[in-house]
Design a protein around this ligand. Structure first.
Ligand code: FE2
Ligand code: FE2
Length: 329
């Protein structure tokens, strides 16, 4: 038993009708597990810690994260929101989400209750695909601002590191989830194709309008917070037999990266960390989307003047982001 049997469960004891529906799952994921990226043993090196240590959260912060939605205000906001809605719709289809597994579609980003939970295999397909996409925009934005700074001989004012760190953080999410499954050829092909399309789309979109692109990422992260809130709920309700088990072994890479305390290393604890990360990305990108892209400093890494310290933003609990007047003045 243990992690090995995780993926056998969804494929055992299914009726013929259900089995037909789950073809996608079987192609996305394989049923056996092996260590897919073991640390390379070398003569001199003992270990390689992450270059960006995780800043950490208090338990209160992690528990207080909730799904939120920033209503679109401009045409650009509306465009970004509709694109994310389309992406969510396509993801629901790709994951094979049945009607009874849907949340209230009138409030798709905030409602988390559904008649039927997703299976663990559906969850894995969903989060692995989501995370492989989520690691792209920060890298593109960081890269373009870096190149802009080089060719215009201008300071960047602290945006680049936050954007690069965001994509690093997303990649850690992906690596953690890929430790929980062996990804099949079909899923690998989907990831490859999606990256080809998404990288180029982000590249063009960030050149044309970084403001709309940050808003788009803000909306994407609203979906991520929604996804992980629903996952937490299903773990807590005991809907997912393996992951609801407090003895389920989460990957070592997760324990190291988030410096997870002994006795606080269940799947629920892990998802609480990941959800808080998504909430930070949501707050940061919605805020950056409100700023002057050329002149404004990154408020999340800035020191504030004496007397103005209370203006310093904290992204994790600010679901709709800060308005420019609140943080820049
Ligand atoms: Fe993520
Ligand atoms: Fe994210």
């Amino acid at each position: 038993m243990g992690v090995m049997s995780l993926f056998l469960v969804p494929f055992m004891g299914l009726g013929p009708q259900r089995r037909r529906k789950s073809i996608g799952e079987r192609q996305f994921l394989f049923v056996k597990l092996r260590d897919i990226f073991p640390a390379k043993e070398t003569a001199y090196i003992r270990k390689t810690p992450p270059a960006w240590p995780h800043p950490g959260y208090t338990e209160e912060e992690m528990l207080a994260v909730t799904p939120a939605h920033r209503p679109p205000k401009t045409v650009g906001d509306w465009l970004a929101w509709k694109l994310v809605r389309m992406a969510r719709w396509a993801t629901d289809i790709a994951t094979g989400i049945g009607r009874e597994q849907q949340v209230d579609m009138k409030n798709p980003t905030t409602a988390v209750a559904a008649q039927k939970p997703l299976t663990e295999a559906q969850w894995l397909v969903r989060v692995i695909f989501l995370e492989s996409i989520a690691g792209v925009p920060g890298m593109v934005g960081g890269m373009l601002r870096h190149l802009h700074s080089l060719r215009r001989l201008k300071r960047d004012n602290g945006w680049i590191e936050t954007l690069l760190e965001e994509s690093f953080n997303e990649r850690m999410h992906l690596l953690v989830f890929s430790k929980l499954s062996e990804i099949g050829w079909f899923m690998k092909t989907m990831i490859l194709g999606a990256q080809g399309v998404f990288f180029n789309a982000m590249f063009l979109s960030y050149l044309i309008s970084p403001k709309i692109t940050h808003r788009f990422v803000g909306y994407l992260e609203e979906e991520a917070v929604h996804t992980y809130t629903r996952l937490l709920r299903e773990i807590e309700q005991g809907d997912l037999p393996k992951w609801s088990d407090p003895n389920f072994q989460i990957p070592e890479i997760a324990v190291t990266y988030w410096r997870m305390a002994e006795g606080k290393r269940t799947m629920k604890d892990l998802i609480l960390y990941i959800r808080a990360d998504e909430a930070v990305h949501r707050g940061v990108n919605h805020t950056l989307g409100n700023l002057n892209q050329v002149e404004d400093p990154n408020p999340f890494v800035s020191e504030y003047k004496a007397g103005a310290e209370q203006q310093k933003p904290s992204a994790v609990l600010k679901g709709t982001g800060y308005e420019r007047e609140e943080v820049i003045g």
